[in-house]
Unconditional design. Structure first.
Length: 156
């Protein structure tokens, strides 16, 4: 495949939906799985100590099982779960952008392969871009506040 195609917005959009759908399928089927990710794009909260984080390679494999699996959730942008690291089992919440997932592995078999490069600046969601554009106009902020009040009163 030509490199240009692998970095195109269309390809990444299709791939992101596919990654989401595969993760959703695995969670709905209550099946544990693994993911291989670009380490540089993963967020840890709290940040891991340097003696742990410094040992990671460019790519890292996470096996979501037991508590990591139970705490796992996905949204349109990321896979999130909690895990323990190192001999001290240092606890941290892990957040991985969907397009930073290079492989989804189930029973030792790759279900999904991602050959694109994740770039946080260019790979933000269109929904997020739309919201940023909407909020750039101060008048729109007031409209959103009014809408929130209306919606919250309907829930009561």
């Amino acid at each position: 495949m030509p490199k240009d195609l692998l970095e195109s917005t269309e390809y990444k959009s299709i791939l992101k939906k596919h990654i989401f759908d595969m993760l959703e399928l695995l969670f709905e089927a209550n099946e544990e799985f693994g993911v291989v990710c670009d380490t540089k794009n993963i967020s840890f909260d709290p940040m891991l100590p340097e003696e742990i984080y410094g040992d990671f390679d460019d790519k890292i494999y996470f096996l979501l099982s037991d508590y990591s699996y139970e705490s796992g959730e996905i949204d349109e942008e990321s896979l999130n779960f909690e895990a323990g690291f190192g001999s001290q089992n240092f606890g941290s919440s892990v957040s991985i952008p969907l397009l930073a997932i290079k492989q989804i592995i189930y029973n030792g078999n790759p279900l999904t392969l991602n050959f694109s490069t994740f770039n946080e600046q260019t790979d933000t969601s269109s929904r997020e871009k739309s919201m940023q554009a909407l909020l750039s106009n101060p008048k729109n902020k007031n409209l959103l506040k009014k809408k929130k009040k209306t919606n919250s009163s309907r829930l009561r």
